[in-house]
Design a protein around this ligand. Structure first.
Ligand SMILES: Cc1cc2nc3c(=O)[nH]c(=O)nc-3n(C[C@H](O)[C@H](O)[C@H](O)COP(=O)(O)OP(=O)(O)OC[C@H]3O[C@@H](n4cnc5c(N)ncnc54)[C@H](O)[C@@H]3O)c2cc1C
Length: 379
């Protein structure tokens, strides 16, 4: 059986390796001349380090600090996350895929995907029994074969900076505030002298002036040097309603396999590749429903988010939700954040909000009901 994988991001690389291990003869197409040109995020959970190996880990965070840029309020959250080195991850995955016999064609853009064929430049057509669209947010496979009006993206940017930040090295910092709207700015120390500084927001705002002002106001930043800049779109609305059909599947950003609103996509993209490989039988045939079920079971918060995002956005766009972001920080504790992020539990903060700020909560709830009705009518 012949498999074609489009895109040598982390999703395409791991899919190629695992599908080759399942016995498929894999060709991987990447439009760039190498794997490191395209942007990849770096903060991720322990399961990623198990897949890519400890060599790819640059730092480990035991704490997250959420800071309001407006009031300077802070909430600390214990966490166990890793700052990886994106280039090293991709070079490692490439080496592993090649060791499994995957043929990698760099500098080759796939123009179109049809059932059983990928169309390259000058209408050259390549046949494949399984075609995997792992070409990120601009996926031509997704656009043509898995359209979904709810698939939405936000723009995020990242600077890699050399210079002292003076913060605890084991703490990832997240900054929120009115200027960022529904989004955040992050500072992830790599060492005492190196860190990632970035920002993303669902609102279409210009993030560069926000990042630059943040840098100017940071003590000691006159000695900072921006070593590299990068950015891309990230899907935030959860999974596409369908991301597999006979002979064709999406993986990673293309499928919307990203933790909604929070933006993390490294771990969930790798999970997508693993789920896909598990759905391939001994003859090399992929079962689309098994793939989708495997992914949903291993990463339920992505599909749950696809249902949550439309009403949350509607509430936000009507200005009813995040106007009181400071009040939300008083209500939500560290444990509440952890329980929500890891298990999707939210009853405790909702009850606390009802008791501590009944009028605020009633207002939000009334707006939610109105918005939900509008959405049901609108769809
Ligand atoms: C600023 C920023 C910060 C982020 N930070 C984090 C973070 O800290 N933690 C986290 O978990 N996630 C983060 N993410 C998200 C994460 O990087 C992505 O979810 C992840 O990289 C998705 O991988 P992928 O393989 O699906 O797609 P991509 O990484 O987008 O790879 C797609 C590949 O396909 C190639 N390609 C595209 N079109 C074609 C074509 N037609 N033919 C051939 N090749 C093609 C591209 O060149 C690219 O190499 C961040 C994203 C951004 C933008």
């Amino acid at each position: 059986m012949k498999g074609l994988v489009i895109g040598a991001g982390i999703g395409g690389l791991l899919s190629s390796e695992l599908l080759a291990k399942r016995g498929l003869d894999i060709t991987l197409f990447e439009m760039n001349r190498g794997v490191t040109q395209h942007f990849t995020g770096e903060l991720t959970g322990a399961s990623t380090t198990k897949i890519v190996g400890e060599d790819c880990v640059d730092n480990r965070f035991s704490k997250g600090m959420v800071v309001s840029l407006d009031s300077k309020n802070e909430v600390g959250v214990p966490m166990d996350l890793f700052l990886l080195n994106a280039d090293r991850i991709k070079l490692t995955l490439l080496e592993r895929a090649e060791a499994e016999g995957v043929t990698v064609k760099f500098g080759t853009r796939v123009q179109r995907v049809m059932k059983g064929n990928a169309v390259l430049a000058r209408n050259e057509s390549v046949q494949g029994d399984l075609i995997v669209g792992a070409e990120g947010v601009t996926s031509c496979t997704a656009k043509e074969h898995f359209p979904d009006p709810n698939y939405r993206t936000l723009r995020a940017i990242r600077y890699k900076i050399e210079g002292r930040h003076g913060l605890e090295n084991d703490t990832a910092h997240f900054y929120i505030g009115k200027r960022l709207g529904m989004g955040y700015l992050w500072l992830y120390p790599r060492s005492e002298r190196e860190f990632n500084l970035g920002a993303g927001s669902i609102d279409k705002r210009d993030l560069i002036p926000i990042l630059n002002d943040f840098m100017k106001s940071f003590p000691g930043s006159e000695n900072w040097r921006i070593a590299s800049k990068g950015g891309d779109l990230i899907p935030y609305s959860g999974l596409r309603r369908a991301f597999a059909r006979p002979g064709m599947a999406l993986v990673g950003n293309a499928a919307g396999q990203v933790s909604c609103l929070l933006g993390g996509g490294v771990e969930s993209t790798l999970q997508g590749a693993i789920s896909l490989a598990k759905a391939v039988d001994k003859e090399g045939v992929m079962d689309p429903s098994q793939y989708m079920e495997e992914f949903n079971a291993s990463y339920p918060r992505v599909s749950r988010g696809a249902r949550l995002v439309p009403p949350i956005l509607k509430l936000y766009s009507t200005g009813r939700l995040f106007r009181h972001i400071e009040k939300s920080m008083e209500i939500v504790s560290e444990k509440d954040v952890i329980d929500f992020v890891s298990e999707g539990r939210y009853l405790r903060p909702v009850l606390k909000a009802l008791f501590l700020h009944p009028i605020f909560s009633a207002g939000i709830f009334r707006s939610y009901l109105r918005v939900r009705k509008e959405i049901v009518i609108g769809t």
